[in-house]
Write a protein that binds this ligand. Structure first.
Ligand SMILES: C[S@@+](CC[C@H](N)C(=O)[O-])C[C@H]1O[C@@H](n2cnc3c(N)ncnc32)[C@H](O)[C@@H]1O
Length: 235
């Protein structure tokens, strides 16, 4: 809570009060209770699910790992990581490759045991080309851990830079990855329910909702679609 001035303190208190009664307040106005996924107030609900997914699959984050954007999740969930590379659309400290996942010939084929691809595939103009590049740069037997939004507001930061283009469902994600990895190489799971979706759109952070409620999965309210796709060992 920012208490550096009386005005900021007042607006922080007002926000806290509104969060407490988020359903009543949320239904009244057209603007969300907190902007930008509620990231200034705590953990956005989509991040809660992404972390649940990576926790579940953390055994795959080992050996040579490529992460898109930054190496935050590799550091947090990986173990036995021997190489930690980063691909990003923007040059930044620690970035190994600056480029487009849809066409990244600078990355050698058969390079990685794991690619951590959270919340980025939907920015690509052509997601199919991105998935084709993933099959090329993974080692045989290597896996990509991917998350994409289902129900979500636009990410304004990303929209203004590289474009926020697509939303997927479990069906379209399965079809997209199965085309390149084969259906037997793809596992898709979904996270979310109606309450979680409302809170996420209203910017109510995960800390204000019980994990018992967040963890209830309703397949018709897919907030996060998570994919594990594994390249065939004999590819
Ligand atoms: C919202 S972050 C997602 C990755 C981050 N690890 C995360 O989980 O939040 C957006 C990142 O996607 C990257 N990005 C956007 N379009 C891309 C593209 N076509 N190819 C590779 N990276 C891209 C940007 O450089 C940025 O670092």
């Amino acid at each position: 809570m920012d208490t550096s001035s009386p005005r900021k303190l007042l607006s922080a208190l007002r926000r806290a009060l509104r969060n407490r009664f988020y359903l009543c307040y949320g239904m009244r106005g057209t603007a969300p209770i907190n902007p930008a996924f509620g990231s200034a107030e705590g953990t956005p609900v989509d991040r809660y699910y992404i972390e649940r997914f990576l926790e579940r699959e953390r055994g795959l984050i080992a050996g040579a790992v490529l992460e898109i954007g930054d190496r935050g999740y590799t550091g947090r969930f990986g173990a036995g990581v021997t190489l930690s590379d980063v691909l990003s659309a923007a040059a930044d400290e620690g970035v190994t490759y600056v480029g487009d996942l849809a066409s990244c010939p600078e990355i050698p084929s058969d390079s990685y045991d794991c690619v951590v691809l959270t919340q980025t595939l939907h920015y690509l103009r052509d997601m199919g080309s991105g998935v084709a590049e993933l099959t090329r740069i993974l080692k045989p037997g290597g896996s990509v851990l991917c998350t994409v939004p289902g129900i979500s507001q636009i990410s304004r930061f990303d929209m203004d830079r590289w474009g926020d283009r697509w939303r997927l469902t479990s069906l379209s994600a399965n079809e997209l990855f199965s085309e390149r990895f084969g259906p037997e190489g793809v596992r898709v799971s979904t996270y979310g329910n109606a309450l979680a979706a409302v809170c996420f759109l209203q910017g109510v952070p995960a800390e204000r909702i019980s994990s018992r409620k967040l963890d209830r999965c309703e397949p018709d309210y897919q907030l996060i679609v998570a994919i594990v796709a594994t390249k065939a060992s004999d590819a």
